[in-house]
Ligand binder design. Structure first.
Ligand code: PEP
Ligand code: MN
Length: 348
């Protein structure tokens, strides 16, 4: 349930409502907007009728049920958009953030040269996998702690905050020592033990959408993080499984707009995993920007043909520069006056 406070509600009245929500057996989460505060009562096993009765409390405008199964993630609880700070880089503040780097950290030379190249081209965050979720156990699994150390070094060298994947609860503390943002990979979106653990860390989380997850399931996975105490979550659409076989996944662009409509959390796109083809990175990145994404995460490698993972979808440095240039171009050319009429005439 949501207790919408009235515009003139005092701090005391808000505090009273918080106390009553707790007394009724729920957790209270407060969002303070510029005009009014919202107290969300979440949890199970509380006494709902006691919340409904709060409609009569001083300073309360209305008590309404939360329409969606995800609560803290929903815009009903927090209408204003969240801005997530990743080592000083803001995601969700209206800018378009580019996270770039190799699928996997492979060597000092590889990660340093890539970090320098993507920084020079305009990326503000570096990605690089240390622990890799590979479909086959015979494929490269990542350099582990050695990669984490390289990421720390390269951050010191370039100033780029780093994003890397966490696959298990045991690695969490170690990864927190080295990374500025922890990625939950698509395959782990519903690893609830991992989500509960990450809810307790003081680092922002990049939560990828599972390959077969609905938008609702994705937002409920984010709810685990917020409900457990970590409000710093960025959602990432990375493509879903469909009948299409020409692309690795189907980048669900509408889901980006939908997630931003339903939730206050920033949403970015991963056109690399979303398509599996480097030729599609530029157009889908532009499409993501057009549909309202808060940024993209893309794979870049000094020599994609030698990459130990995801070479086919990785851009080389030149390719990445071209993607950055294409993002800077206007989405449409200037539309001459009367062009609509001209198009209609042409169609006749
Ligand atoms: C990755 O980012 O390299 C990765 C494995 O991503 P996903 O979980 O989206 O497949
Ligand atoms: Mn990858």
């Amino acid at each position: 349930m949501i207790i919408n406070m009235s515009e003139g509600a005092t701090e005391q009245e808000i505090q009273h409502v918080i106390d009553r929500v707790k007394e009724a057996g729920f957790q209270a989460h407060v969002t303070r907007g510029t005009e009014r505060a919202i107290v969300a009562a979440v949890g199970s096993g509380g006494r709902r009728h006691e919340l409904e009765a709060l409609a009569a409390a001083a300073g309360v405008a209305e008590v309404v049920p939360i329409a969606q199964p995800f609560k803290l993630v929903s815009r009903q609880v927090k209408p204003q958009r969240s801005v997530i700070n990743v080592g000083g880089v803001k995601i969700g503040d209206g800018s378009f953030v580019v996270i770039a780097g190799p699928c996997s950290v492979e060597s000092r030379e590889q990660i340093f040269s890539t970090a320098e190249a993507v920084k020079a081209a305009g990326a503000t965050l570096l990605r690089g996998g240390a622990y890799k979720p590979r479909t086959s156990p015979y494929e490269f699994q990542g350099l582990g702690v050695e990669a984490l150390r390289l990421l720390t070094e390269v951050r010191e060298h370039t100033g780029l905050p780093v994003v890397t994947e966490v696959m298990s609860t045991e690695d969490t503390d170690l990864i927190c020592e080295h990374a500025d943002m922890l990625q939950v990979g698509a395959r782990n979106m519903q690893n609830f033990a991992l989500l509960r653990r990450l809810a307790t860390v003081k680092k922002p989380i990049l939560l990828k959408r599972g390959p077969s997850a609905s938008v609702k399931e994705w937002l409920l996975a984010a709810e685990y993080l917020l409900a457990g105490g970590n409000p710093d979550v960025v959602l990432c659409e990375r493509g879903i499984k469909t009948f299409e076989t020409e692309t690795r996944n189907t980048l669900d662009l509408a889901a980006i707009a939908l997630a931003r409509e339903l939730s206050h959390l920033p949403v970015i796109a991963d056109p690399s995993h979303g398509t599996g083809r480097r030729s599609l990175i530029a157009p889908t990145s532009r499409a993501a920007a057009a549909i309202g994404a808060d940024g993209i995460i893309v794979e870049v490698h000094p020599c994609p043909e030698r990459a130990l993972s995801d070479g086919a979808q990785s851009l080389d440095f030149n390719g990445f520069r071209q993607v950055m240039q294409s993002l800077a171009e206007p989405l449409r050319g200037p539309s001459p006056q009367g062009s609509k009429v001209d198009r209609a005439a042409a169609a006749d």
